[in-house]
Design a protein around this ligand. Structure first.
Ligand SMILES: *Cc1c(COP(=O)(O)O)cnc(C)c1O
Length: 412
């Protein structure tokens, strides 16, 4: 099947309103919103009773395995506004050699999405909604992958994009952003410095601010990770999910998905424990979790090889911490050596080249099984959030001179 039938019809969504994630005050749907009046992220709310009456698991199963299979759970109202680059389901890859015990270890390989990372999920949805709500120009601070996805989807939608990256963002990301039609700048600071440039310039430049969680729809896009995971597992969930946490959109989105599914009765029993994984060089959420705080403080001198989780301050900090605590999970940090070692181990023992952020989840799984916080008999899903091919790899120093006889005994 090449067309998605549920996309051919114009249909209403089940969005009832938007709600401040902190204060709970309501906002009207079908209007452009940034943060709430309290300066906090807005969450999209649905009429779940009407949604449940309109769709069955059986009908859903008859649709193509992609992002838009979950149309009723998503906010886009008019099909003509869907901006798509082919968001197919991502596979769950077993890691039998690295599994700690009786609990199955699966890796959800998000590197296969458009632009090579799970940022495609959030930006596919946010750009579709921007199109629906008449936005013409967007701006965003990024450590790389979000900017690449924004560039691609906004070019496809005919929206202008302005993107600001820390100057040590991987070169491939800066170039892919430019190649996909965005205007991109390197900034001599961190992502929060880039965010300030967007915030201060948006009035004069007429930009809509696409910073993480400063518009409501990226969470809805990332929510599809939770819907898709439960669907792939036969409307069941694993015991534990390890999620590499920067801005936390995916962790918040998945937790939202599981709760919506539970509310309509598609998930029963215990929901997964959500584990927020950070790097020891930038672990504001871990610190706040350990201190029992509701909000995280800005992390100074943030550094890690895992650029995607180098986020010193997250506007959705309290939503991440809430999901972690409600789910009986926790937050944990791993250092760069452990990240690089886990990447090597996954590639050499299981044949899957993880991105450093994905490798951080494997390192965290290993660390927490050893520490007894996770039982080897608990099933776990790790998120490999981007293709490993976007990142610098260790050099290879094997050269062979084909004009000379080869001494094969040296090759073994
Ligand atoms: C953005 C990103 C993350 C963090 O995702 P959030 O949902 O924003 O916390 C992790 N890894 C990679 C590769 C990323 O691009």
């Amino acid at each position: 099947m090449t067309t998605n039938d549920n996309l051919t019809a114009e249909r209403a969504t089940f969005v009832s309103h938007l709600e401040c994630g902190m204060e709970g005050d309501h906002y009207a749907p079908d209007q452009l919103h940034g943060l709430s009046k309290a300066g906090k992220p807005l969450l999209v709310k649905y009429d779940l009773t009407a949604l449940a009456a309109a769709i069955s698991k059986e009908e859903l199963a008859s649709r193509p395995p992609d992002f838009w299979r979950y149309r009723e759970f998503l906010p886009v109202r008019r099909t003509e506004n869907v901006v798509s680059l082919g968001e197919s389901h991502t596979p769950l890859i077993p890691f039998p050699r690295l599994q700690a015990g009786g609990g199955e270890l699966l890796v959800k390989d998000e590197g296969r999405l458009p632009t090579g990372s799970f940022k495609a999920r959030g930006l596919c949805m946010a750009v579709s909604m921007a199109k629906e709500l008449g936005v013409k120009k967007v701006a965003m601070p990024t450590n790389g992958n979000a900017g690449a996805a924004l560039a691609a989807y906004s070019s496809r939608a005919g929206i202008e994009s302005y993107i600001f990256c820390p100057d040590d963002t991987p070169e491939i990301n800066v170039r892919e952003i430019a190649a996909q039609g965005a205007k991109v700048w390197r900034v001599n600071g961190l992502i929060n410095d880039c965010g300030r440039i967007v915030g201060e310039g948006k009035q004069a430049m007429g930009w809509f601010d696409f910073s993480t969680l400063k518009e409501p729809y990226r969470i809805e896009g990332k929510k599809t990770m939770g819907l898709e995971l439960a669907d792939q597992l036969g409307w069941k969930t694993p015991d534990v999910i390890f999620y590499p946490t920067g801005g936390g959109t995916g962790l918040i989105g998945m937790w939202k998905a599981f709760n919506e599914l539970r509310e309509i009765g598609w998930l029963t029993g215990k929901l997964p424990r959500m584990v927020a994984v950070q790097a020891t060089g930038c672990a504001p959420i871990v610190k706040a979790y350990d201190e029992g705080a509701e909000h995280a403080e800005l992390w100074k001198n943030a550094h890690t090889v895992a650029a995607g989780i180098r986020v010193p301050v997250a506007v959705g900090d309290f939503l991440i911490l809430r999901a972690v605590r409600e789910s009986n999970g926790f937050a944990t940090a791993v250092d760069d050596d452990a990240i690089l070692q886990a990447r090597e181990e996954a590639a050499q023992k299981e044949g899957l080249l993880l991105c450093p952020e994905g490798a951080a989840t494997l390192a965290a799984y290993q660390k927490e099984v050893a520490a007894g916080r996770i039982s080897p008999d608990e099933s776990a899903v790790l998120f490999n959030c981007a293709t490993g091919l976007k990142y610098p790899l260790p050099p290879v120093e094997h050269d062979l001179d084909c004009t000379q006889p080869v001494d094969y005994s040296t090759l073994g």
